[in-house]
Ligand binder design. Structure first.
Ligand code: THU
Length: 127
């Protein structure tokens, strides 16, 4: 799968976002080393702190399906700036995939690429 194909899946997932409070629709697509893909969108809630980001939706779908080995994740929002994973998502993704590639895409489809350990140097670890 090319970067562009993974980003297109993230764009498709953004179409499923439930974001009536922020109006900011986000999609993510996480790729396992097996080639399987899990998509996710942000799902907001009237109790705003209960909302979940697209990246974590995709991640928890994958982990709950028994997958723990991740190669890449694409994140997309129809915005002028690149959609970068928030701090909570960085910590959650880091748990499973410190070397994972992170593609951050914006309106029009342009994207930038990072490694997880670049986005979260010095992560919290237990003991
Ligand atoms: N959001 C994501 O889903 N992923 C990100 O990388 C950044 C923020 C969501 C959370 C909330 O539903 C909305 O975008 C505005 O913060």
């Amino acid at each position: 799968m090319t970067d562009r194909e993974l980003i297109n899946l993230a764009i498709g997932a953004a179409g499923k976002a439930y974001a009536p409070y922020s109006g900011f629709n986000v999609g993510a697509a996480i790729e396992c080393f097996s080639g399987e893909i899990f998509t996710g969108c942000n799902v907001e809630n009237a109790a705003l702190g209960s909302s979940i980001c697209a990246e974590r939706t995709a991640l928890v779908k994958a982990v709950s399906a028994g997958r723990k080995d991740f190669k890449r994740i694409a994140v997309y929002a129809d915005s002028e700036k690149y959609c970068m994973p928030c701090g909570t998502c960085r910590q959650m993704l880091m748990e499973f995939a410190p070397d994972m590639e992170v593609l951050c895409a914006k309106s029009g489809g342009a994207y930038v690429s990072y490694r997880m350990n670049e986005l979260l140097p010095y992560p919290f670890v237990l003991s």
